[in-house]
Ligand binder design. Sequence first.
Ligand code: HEC
Ligand code: HEC
Length: 354
Amino acid sequence: MNKTLFMTALCSATLVGGAALAASSLSDMEQLGRHLYMDKNLSLTSSQSCATCHHQNYGFVDPTNSRDPYRTMVSLGDDGVSKGGRNAPTSAYAGYSPIFGLDEYGTYQGGMFWDGRKTGDVLGDPLAEQAQGPPLNPVEMNMPSVEAVVDRVAAANYASQFLKLFGPDAFVDANIAYDNIGRAIAAYERSSEVTAFSSRYDKGNLNAQERRGLVLVENFCGNCHATEAAFGAPAAVFTNYHYENIGVPVNESLLADPDSVYAIPDNGLGGFLGDPAENGKFKIPTLRNVALTAPYSHNGYFPTLTAIVSFHNSRDDWPLPEVGDNLNITDVGNMGLTSAEIEDIVTFLYALTD
Ligand code: HEC
Ligand code: HEC
């Protein structure tokens, strides 16, 4: 082979190799999780998958809500009628949330969902446990039982991958299989396809206004939306996975929707624990991809980023909190930011998009 030919062959081999690498950069476990995550057959009428409410193109939230945050704040269930009572948070970057419990200062931390109720105590992983919830939730995927979900997976075209990873008897015990379904989905959610750390912030590629916004976020938001890498993450996830009541108002239009299970007061963490001292507290959300994930807060009250940041800044200008108890009055509510500073912050938040 002459030199030019050899180089051409080498180059095209590299190109083909590169494309194949991009398509298969997920491990076997992550790929299986991806199949499960995308599989509409995990819902009763085969109408919805995890991706229906947590879509890649929309920062892993519900596209319906994201596209029309003024009118749709919660997701529609598989039955085509029922709606949830809380806005779907992103499924990305959730995998760093530790097992639910008290931290060294005696503050609740970790777990999954707005109220932490998927603790991670059963499987040792809150994210894997969370993934077991939606298929069986009547206002979500609405399947009748663990066995019914496992039967669907056993009949899927990717069932052989499941058997390859978990052994030839993988479907014999439905409960064991269901645990592995949760683990595989969690692996995908933690993969580089979902939890990408590929934003302009990660690339250190911020313009002057975004840099001003970052400094403001570090100073005014960092106590909650932590700006330093922690929890084993390679960079900041912009939450410390603690719980706070920042005083989000009642979402009146959601309350008026007879198909939504939203009822007030939603006590959040306090409701889960049955402890009034935690009433009104919700898990501090990540700010990654937040420009794509409208509407904002647990009940979707805020249609825009400017609205929710302005609310953090001057809460007294807004309607009364849904839960008045345990309100955070030290870090939130009276920040004294100017409208130019709020704009800097919002501009920075856009730079957190993967
Ligand atoms: C019908 C819409 C819908 C479907 C389908 C759905 N989810 Fe969700 N998801 C939600 C809502 C709403 C919440 C918040 C509920 C709450 O906090 O009480 C949520 C919460 C979560 C969270 C918690 C994030 C956090 O930070 O606490 C993760 C992770 C998640 N979903 C992943 C999944 C996976 C995996 C599937 C598929 C097995 C799935 N979801 C299916 C609507 C949906
Ligand atoms: C005291 C802790 C605390 C501080 C400080 C704080 N936040 Fe928050 N933030 C929260 C909590 C808790 C929520 C969710 C509240 C709820 O849904 O009830 C939230 C929600 C948000 C959301 C909505 C995210 C989503 O996915 O719905 C954005 C955006 C946000 N905060 C930005 C900021 C910015 C910017 C700052 C600084 C200017 C800031 N926050 C300061 C606790 C805090």
